[in-house]
Design a protein around this ligand. Structure first.
Ligand code: 6XA
Ligand code: ZN
Length: 347
């Protein structure tokens, strides 16, 4: 399996996130990608290549201009206030308040975000644009005929919407890659999001569209972050009606239930008959993940990859969550290995 990777992910290293009522070290840390890369080098054959530079055009195809401008400037505006700590928002516009972009950086952080767990640092913009380029390079390789590619990118992306950040995500790498596939020859793309958390950003970006099928397996938003999107009755809107499938599961559900949802999602994708699939690959479904209440063991990820391979489609895997740093490498590699083993046998 081809892997796309850049060291530039290290430019984003948040110091603190608000969690359990405390400012804690960030779970979404550079060591995650380092461990995955080392495990791939050790035990998953295949080339590792650097990303190409795509410029901002494919990012603009998904994210709104004011939001892109905000992300680009946020750290400088924050630092101009004499601050050197991470930039975090403090309040949000809720029911009855107005959505007007403030002039002050503190207000802008609030306006363009939905949580206090996603710090912006000096290198966040560079790391986030590189992550998008990593995913885009994977998409370009799929268009060139590669049957599988892994975008080893961070910060992750699936919570980022057209104009807001949160859940450790700034630019929606999977959505940017998906739109690039559509703009370059693919007529229909299916996104399978198997991260423990609902991909609210990805859902919202493609909610009105029938050329993208979004399928997500995640913890029930009644019980788990991001809480305000991801219910089963969210099925798409307008042309997109019927092209959004949420499969929420109760927290701490068992392995059989999880794989049952995977089979349901894969069947829907198969019926849709897309040109290719993008998998938002979070491994925070792992039993020992520090922020999740999930059930998969490391060996289960082999079956996850194998079942995805049975779609018979070209697949771009894009890294999302997974915070058990010691095991995140083997969990990701097992998905990729399960996938390539089935593909090899099929040839
Ligand atoms: C709240 C939890 C953020 C979840 C991030 C994640 N601090 N999303 O893994 O997939
Ligand atoms: Zn997650």
């Amino acid at each position: 399996m081809l892997t796309i990777y850049s060291d530039d992910h290290r430019l984003h290293r948040g110091r603190v996130e608000l969690n359990d009522g405390k400012l804690q070290p960030c779970y979404e840390c550079p060591e995650r990608a380092d461990v995955i890369l080392e495990t791939i080098k050790r035990s998953a054959p295949g080339d590792i290549i650097a990303p190409l530079e795509f410029g901002l055009r494919p990012v603009r195809a998904v994210h709104k201009p004011r939001y892109i401008e905000f992300l680009r400037q946020a750290w400088d505006l924050w630092a101009a206030e004499g601050r050197s700590c991470d930039a975090l928002p403090l309040n949000w516009a809720v029911r009855g308040m107005r959505q007007i972009e403030p002039d002050h950086i503190d207000g802008k952080l609030s306006y363009f975000s939905f949580d206090a767990g996603t710090p912006i640092t000096a290198g966040t913009w560079s790391a986030a644009t590189t992550a998008a380029n990593v995913a885009l390079t994977g998409a370009a390789k799929i268009l060139e005929g590669e049957r599988g590619a892994f975008a080893l990118c961070r910060p992750p992306g699936h919570h980022a919407a057209a104009d807001y950040f949160g859940g450790y995500c700034f630019l929606n790498n999977a959505a940017v890659a998906t739109q690039y596939l559509l703009d370059n020859d693919a007529a229909r793309v299916a996104i399978l999001d198997i991260d423990y958390h609902h991909g609210n950003g990805t859902q919202s970006i493609f909610y009105d569209r029938s050329n993208v099928l979004f399928v997500s397996i995640h913890a029930d938003p009644l019980q788990e972050y991001p809480y305000f999107l991801g219910h089963s009755d969210e099925q798409g809107r307008g042309d997109g009606k019927g092209y959004n499938l949420n499969l929420p599961l109760r927290r701490r559900c068992g392995v059989n239930e999880w794989f049952g949802a995977l089979d349901t999602g894969l069947q829907r994708i198969s019926d849709y008959a897309p040109d290719c699939a993008v998998v938002s690959l979070g491994v925070d479904t792992y039993i020992d993940d520090p922020i999740s209440q999930a059930c998969l063991e490391s060996s289960d990820y082999l079956s996850v990859g194998a079942r995805i391979a049975q779609l018979g489609l070209p697949v771009l895997f894009v890294l999302e969550g997974g915070y058990a740093v010691n095991d995140v490498g083997i969990n990701v590699v097992n998905v990729l290995t399960g996938f390539t083993d089935v593909r090899r046998r099929a040839r």
